[in-house]
Design a protein around this ligand. Structure first.
Ligand code: NAD
Length: 291
């Protein structure tokens, strides 16, 4: 089966929309998400505008604040401190990458953990590793939802499955491995120093690729019937001169012949990531009210 991220994300958004309405009825205000963008990176501009729009679409008070590229780290930290102190702000997202000269770690560490909608703060990372998840990164949550859809269709049983996560970033790979382990899979985390990746792939009932290299995972490496989640977003030259197209980290056409379920690029993990940003905003708002 093809895991259709767009329609599954629509289900998640509908759930969030209902939750937001309930929250607003009870508390007299909508949950609030503030997105901070520093500079004019074109891709970041598109991503942040989409996030703001998606928030508004489900009734969240979404606000995008664009700071000039020359903004100094101290000014950004002051802005974050102000949002931390503002009771109408439930969720804060600082769009990455930040311009050179601004320390990413210092900035991400400055976001109040209970408003850290990306789940990047060491406090939230620690809670996830301790099996007490509070705010968990959106992309791995989206991947888990895709895997849950495959499980509901009878393709896999996560408990006891052998799962391979390829890529060990803080944003995707590491939290993904943690979530799979919490769901009782037996997890291997592969990375750029891993030996004989094809052999590991051949044993994986669940394979999550978060590498950032086009079509690296070949179809013949896939265990027949496996669930394949492709997180990669890579732009490569298209057949037509001067044009480009997006592909994942998995050679989709080959892999879909062997996989039991597979997510395409585009239209797989991407839509789920935004949907779980909205779900996390609602969750942050509810958790803050509950104290
Ligand atoms: P990253 O560059 O931080 O990490 C890449 C990881 O891949 C590293 O841990 C590295 O060790 C590993 N790696 C590199 N080459 C490898 C190889 N040949 N074999 C095995 N492992 C290898 O990247 P990231 O932020 O985790 O993102 C990964 C990909 O996912 C990128 O294409 C990114 O654009 C995409 N992404 C998509 C979404 C989404 O919403 N769909 C969200 C985040 C990231």
């Amino acid at each position: 089966m093809i895991l259709d991220g767009k329609s599954i994300a629509e289900k998640v958004r509908a759930e969030v929309r209902e939750g937001v309405e309930r929250f607003a009825r009870r508390h007299g205000r909508a949950p609030g998400l503030d997105v901070l963008l520093v500079g004019e990176d074109p891709a970041s501009q598109v991503y942040t505008r989409n996030k703001e729009r998606a928030a508004r679409d489900v009734g969240i008070r979404g606000r995008l604040e664009v700071l000039p590229a020359e903004t100094r780290e101290a000014e950004l930290l002051a802005r974050i401190a102000a949002l931390n102190a503002d009771p109408s702000v439930d969720a804060i997202l600082v769009q990455l990458p930040l311009p050179a000269g601004i320390g990413e770690t210092r900035v991400l560490d400055a976001v109040a953990p209970d408003k850290d909608v990306d789940g990047f703060h060491p406090h939230n990372v620690g809670l996830l590793v301790s099996g007490r998840p509070a705010l968990v990164p959106c992309t791995p949550l989206g991947c888990m939802r895709l895997i849950a859809e495959a499980e509901a269709a009878g393709v896999v049983q996560v408990r006891g499955a052998r799962a391979l996560v390829i890529g060990r970033s803080n944003i995707v790979g590491k939290p993904m491995a943690q979530l799979l382990q919490s769901a009782h899979a037996t997890v291997t985390l592969a990375h750029s120093h891993t030996r004989d990746l094809p052999a590991l792939c051949r044993e994986a009932d669940i394979l999550v690729a978060a590498i950032g290299r086009p079509e690296t995972i070949r179809g013949e490496w896939i265990k027949p019937g496996a669930v394949v989640i492709d997180v990669g977003i890579n732009r490569i030259p298209a057949a037509e001169e001067g044009k480009t197209r997006l592909v994942g980290d998995v050679a989709f056409a080959e892999a879909k012949e062997r996989a039991g379920a597979i997510s395409p690029v585009p239209g797989g993990v991407g839509p789920l990531t935004i949907a779980y940003l909205l779900a996390n905003t609602l969750r942050a708002a509810e958790q803050r009210i509950a104290g």
